[in-house]
Design a protein around this ligand. Structure first.
Ligand code: KG4
Ligand code: ZN
Length: 340
């Protein structure tokens, strides 16, 4: 069916997306089914871990079938099973890992464990096949914000990270107390297009610090204090201006520190990864600054920025070929670090 290519069946269940993909030779997406549970979590304003595990359990087997059907293959044509084994919600990870173990054992296939954050980086490679290390990667997701020096595939040096909230978390929390809905990132992204980013001068925490760390919880509090003050004074709150100003403050720090990381390490490629990399203003600002600074910029299409199994299959293939295996008695690691 797919000639001489080696096919990986990849499973991703680390948070609130149940996803299964079939990937050829680590770089071609044959199928990539993503089922979001967001409708079940929305009324709680965030991901409820127990609900996430239950939904993964209900959905995982039908989605494995769907990914195989869409690829028009059977499990006998698969070379290995890859699965996210961290970081993420332990109960959610457990569903994916147990399913992957069962499939590997029953079909006598190799089992490969994949780091979710490494998956976000590799999402770029699925669409930009010419992309190779060394490069600087900004990982911005719901749970992580970090600047990473990728020296080789698999060789990662975290140059800096958030000391408190992740970028996606800040978007979700700000949208939460403005009662805009969940998840906050795409909602703020849209609303900000109609607002003035210069309307409120929110703090750019740590922007002048020489390191590559971030702090975003102060910005969140600044937004909250600003809204409370206006309400107490019975003044109207312009949500579009507020969102544009908040978003600009987040983006300014991310862009400045990422570009500085590239310059200081004499790297000419900048790569964006994770759900927040879907943000239209973030992409546009990076585009402008990178062309001015002569840096080549890469980011995945919006669908591959947020959680999906295709990116897991890409890392899975690389790990499979380098002989890395997940033992059948292994547990998921909710706190897995990049490089593990
Ligand atoms: O990578 P991801 O799908 O899951 C994690 O691994 O965390 O990222 C989800 C995060 C959420 O916080 C969501 O609000 C944010 O990515 N996000 C965005 C946008 N789309 C998703 N943030 C800003 N702008 C967006 N367009
Ligand atoms: Zn993610």
């Amino acid at each position: 069916m797919h000639g001489q290519s080696e096919l990986i069946l990849a499973i991703e269940t680390s948070c609130d997306e149940t996803s299964v993909a079939i990937i050829a030779d680590g770089k071609e997406i044959i199928s990539n089914i993503v089922s979001s549970q967001v409708d079940f979590h929305r009324k709680f304003g965030g991901v409820v871990p127990e609900i996430a595990s239950r939904k993964h359990l209900e959905l995982i087997n039908p989605i494995v079938e769907e990914a195989l059907d869409q690829a028009q293959i059977g499990l006998n044509e698969v070379a290995a099973i890859a699965v996210t084994f961290g970081p993420g919600l332990v109960g959610a990870l457990l569903i994916g890992v147990s399913t992957a173990k069962a499939l590997a054992y029953a079909n006598n296939l190799p089992l490969v464990g994949v780091n979710h954050l490494e998956g976000h980086i590799f999402a770029n490679f699925l669409e930009h096949k010419e992309l190779g290390p060394p490069f600087i990667c900004l990982i911005v997701s719901g749970g992580h914000t970090a600047i990473v020096l990728v020296k080789e595939w698999g060789d990662y040096r975290v140059l800096g990270e958030t000391l408190d909230d992740a970028a996606g978390e800040a978007f979700d929390k700000v949208a939460g107390f403005l009662k805009l809905g969940y998840p906050g990132g795409p909602i703020i992204d849209d609303l900000a297009k109609k607002g003035n980013p210069g309307a409120v001068d929110f703090p750019r925490a740590m922007i002048h610090k020489k390191n590559f760390d971030f702090s975003l919880s102060g910005l969140k509090t600044a937004v909250l204090n600003y809204v409370t003050k206006l309400k107490n004074e019975k003044k109207p709150v312009n949500n579009a201006d507020l969102c544009a100003s908040f978003q600009a403050a987040v983006i300014d720090v991310l862009v400045l520190k990422s570009v500085r990381a590239a310059k200081e390490n004499e790297i000419d490629k900048l790569v964006l990864a994770g759900g927040v990399a879907a943000n239209s203003e973030l992409r546009s600002k990076f585009g402008k600054v990178c062309s001015k600074e002569n840096l080549k910029l890469f980011y995945p299409s919006v669908a591959l920025c947020t959680d999906n199994a295709a990116m897991i299959g890409s890392v899975g293939y690389y790990r499979f070929k380098t002989g890395q295996r997940l033992p059948l008695d292994a547990y998921p690691d909710p706190n897995l670090k990049l490089g593990q």
